[in-house]
Write a protein that binds this ligand. Structure first.
Ligand SMILES: *Cc1c(COP(=O)(O)O)cnc(C)c1O
Length: 370
């Protein structure tokens, strides 16, 4: 049996929408983009949504919208996909990492206050693996210090905190539609905001700095080409129409994993959600027992046709961050300790109970035998 780490879930609906585009003459900035953005607003209860070519691009535009200066500091998490803090570095802003909570692997709100300095200009949170951050404390701190909040919700479409959607708490929130995400456009991203100025700036920056109604070769800002194609938007529209079904199936699959882990008495822990958060399942992570030989476990699973991956290595220990900011081992001990023990198991919308049982049975053998 081969069980991949992830795979997209595409149906005839996606194929039909993409073919519609290919049969039209409009391949960029057309009606599919508009429909995708409109449905995104409705789904997320957001005022505005701007689709872009990637989550990274959307996050870059979100950082630009805060008008930060070289040398400014932004508080963020070291336990994330590297793009979340790279977007700060793009703008010569310093990512100031704050250690994480071991239970959810999200930024620890109790440690934020100590990291605030006279140069702090914003807080960029990441709802890691689709588990929403503890928004009460984070919103309280942001308003106490007058700091704008940016949300990297790339892994958290549909996640909620007290009924409010992840990505809609901050000045702007961003999503990704890379193929391993809950819904995909191949490559793609979305910025949501309730602020009309950020909305207009994002529309302009994505489209070479053009303004609405301006001439094709008239540019108000130094912009980018961060546009999403109509083919991608068509794919995204169909996926978004199926979001409820997709998230329901993923939640069931996560539940089955938990039941199997309990049933087989596998000595791993899973993430527990914070307070009143409702997760959106991006990946399924297990925390291995302390001092496990993770590489050997991964190798054992690979021999059985099961893909797994250590998720995430701490950002501050990546070569480029050590060199740029002199971060070292020991700087964020909880992050480092957890990052050494996390393993992502195969997880996708159409994973079958048989595949999951196969994974867990072998995970147990791998942990006990190696
Ligand atoms: C996927 C992801 C991104 C980047 O999205 P792309 O669409 O791949 O550019 C950023 N942040 C996090 C947390 C992600 O998981």
């Amino acid at each position: 049996m081969f069980v991949p780490l992830s795979k997209p879930d595409l149906t005839d609906l996606e194929k039909r929408y993409v073919l519609d585009v290919l049969e039209s003459d409009r391949l960029s900035m057309g009606s599919k983009l508009k429909q995708f953005e409109e449905l995104f607003c409705v789904t997320l209860h957001s005022k505005y949504a701007v689709a872009m070519h990637s989550g990274t691009g959307a996050l870059h535009v979100g950082v630009k919208a805060l008008a930060l200066q070289q040398g400014d500091e932004v508080i963020t998490s070291p336990f994330s996909f590297i793009a979340s803090s790279n977007c700060l570095v793009f703008e010569k802003v310093r990512p100031v990492f704050v250690d994480i909570e071991p239970r959810t692997l999200n930024i620890d709100p109790a440690k934020i206050e100590k990291a605030i300095t006279s140069k702090t200009r914003a807080v960029l949170i990441v709802h890691v693996f689709g588990q929403p951050c503890a928004m009460d404390e984070i919103e309280f701190l942001c308003s106490k210090y007058g700091l704008p909040l940016l949300e990297d919700a790339c892994e958290a479409i549909g996640a909620e905190w007290k009924g409010k959607k992840a990505g809609t708490f901050g000045r702007a929130g961003v999503f990704s539609f890379y193929p391993n995400k809950q819904i995909t456009t191949g490559e793609g991203g979305m910025l949501v905001t309730g602020d009309p100025e950020i909305y207009h700036l994002a529309c302009s920056l994505r489209n070479q700095g053009r303004e609405p109604g301006s001439e094709f070769l008239e540019h108000h800002y130094i912009g980018y080409n961060y546009r999403m194609t109509e083919m991608q938007a068509a794919l995204g529209l169909a996926q978004l129409q199926r979001l409820e079904e997709i998230l329901r199936k993923r939640a069931l699959a996560a539940e089955r994993y938990r039941d199997l882990i309990a049933g087989y008495q596998v000595p791993v822990s899973t993430l527990s959600r914070a307070g009143e958060g409702k997760p959106s399942w991006f990946v399924f992570i297990v925390v291995l027992p302390e001092r496990s030989r993770r590489a050997a476990i991964e190798g054992y699973l690979r021999d059985k046709g099961i893909q797994s991956r250590p998720y995430f290595p701490p950002i501050h220990l990546q070569k480029c961050y050590r060199e740029l900011f002199s971060y070292r081992e020991g700087d964020f001990p909880v992050c480092e300790k957890m990052a050494a023990r996390t393993l992502a198991l195969p997880f996708y919308t159409r994973i079958t109970p048989g595949e999951q049982e196969y994974v867990i049975a072998h995970l147990k053998r791998a942990i006990e035998g190696v």
